[in-house]
Design a protein around this ligand. Structure first.
Ligand code: EPU
Length: 338
């Protein structure tokens, strides 16, 4: 067992927060994971599971064992003329899986290009972007329960996916470690350019052919133009979820704020971009000490240098309060606060 002591977690979270873990171990196989979980030394200490560390905000030292899951490999487990079923280790970098699929023209996840993080983290919050969500291609996942090291498989239905949500953020929060994810992709991809400005961007680029590689290229361009690169400025993508409000409430707000943006969810609910609400409270691009919101996307909180998790939490709290005061809407965090 390769367990290190008193390790800084700064390299392991995209916010770049410098807190310490009492114990730290990087696991590369299911067997290693089982060994450590069932060991006398570690079976009862608190555990924190991390993948790419791209959706967490660390607010204090972790007095337990941090397990970084780095299980590798991508394999095709079955295929026919139309469908291919792919199994990937939880430690595979999400965008590496995208590249693998683009190379072979397997479609269904190209709109999720460049989402930071690992394959194992993807189902936890049902990652989504530009009109696609993981749940649309997800078949099942394998993993291990933390308390007794039992292995289990979860089907799409059993994962209880929702908007940036799953059973692993609720009933099984901190109770289960994902080891493998299996997805089902199409060999005759149908491209999806419905979201935002994807269609106009792709037209502007005048490709001869428009396939999933081109869609991925456009998604990467749009992302890079709007979202800060965590390697340069610490961040964890959208800090808050986009709130859903009633149609009635939306129309009231629309009377007062003519340019408010909303997406009809079809059940008398409207999803309002948290970025719009935050920008319209005057926070966009604002710098507060070592923290702030991104200049091009107000829902992304950033660490400009040596911010602590608490500073970022305080900023988030202020933002939440001002959005509530102005619009009567409560924002909820997308990022896991630890
Ligand atoms: N907007 C503003 N001001 C801002 C940001 C956005 O007014 O500062 C408005 C604009 O009108 C824009 C609209 O909000 O047209 C939507 O913005 P954008 O397309 O950037 O998407 P988003 O709703 O802010 C969501 C996801 C992102 C995902 C994009 C694209 C959430 C919380 N965020 O952002 O996911 O990449 O859509 O699909 O659902 C993430 O989860 O970490 C993430 C980055």
């Amino acid at each position: 067992m390769n367990v290190r002591k008193n390790i800084s977690l700064k390299p392991f979270n995209t916010f770049g927060i410098d807190v310490k873990a009492k114990f730290f171990s990087e696991v590369r196989s299911e067997l290693q994971l089982k060994k450590i979980l069932s060991s006398h030394e570690f079976n009862s200490v608190p555990k924190l599971i991390i993948g790419g560390g791209s959706n967490i905000l660390l607010t204090k030292d972790f007095d337990g064992l941090v397990l970084k899951v780095s299980i590798p490999d991508i394999e095709i487990i079955s295929e026919d003329d139309k469908i291919v079923v792919i199994k990937a280790g939880a430690g595979v970098i999400w965008h590496d899986l995208i590249l693998y699929c683009l190379e072979r023209n397997f479609g269904g996840i190209e709109n999720l290009s460049l989402i930071p993080g690992t394959v194992g983290a993807a189902p936890i919050q049902n990652i989504g972007a530009y009109g696609q969500e993981l749940k649309d291609v997800f078949k099942n996942l394998d993993g291990i329960f933390l308390n007794n090291s039992n292995v289990a498989k979860f089907s799409n239905k059993e994962c209880k996916f929702g908007y940036r949500d799953s059973i692993f953020k609720n009933k099984l929060k901190d109770k289960f470690i994902v080891t493998y994810v299996t997805i089902s992709l199409s060999k005759n991809p149908v491209i999806n350019l419905e979201y935002g400005n994807l269609k106009s961007e792709i037209e502007r680029m005048r490709f001869n052919n428009i396939g999933i590689k081109e869609v991925s290229e456009v998604v990467c361009r749009v992302r890079l133009s709007k979202l800060p690169d965590p390697a340069k400025i610490g961040n964890a993508g959208s800090f808050f979820k986009n709130p859903e409000i009633s149609e009635e409430r939306f129309l009231q707000l629309k009377e007062k704020y003519n340019d408010i943006v909303g997406f009809n969810l079809g059940n008398s609910k409207i999803k309002v971009p948290a970025g719009w609400l935050i920008e319209n409270c005057g926070w966009k691009g604002k710098v507060v000490g070592n923290t702030g919101t991104h200049t091009k996307q107000a829902v992304v909180l950033v660490n400009y240098g040596n911010a602590s998790g608490k500073e970022i939490m305080n900023l988030a709290k202020e933002i939440k309060e001002s959005v509530f005061q102005k619009f009567g809407i409560e924002l909820n965090e997308e990022v896991n606060i630890i």
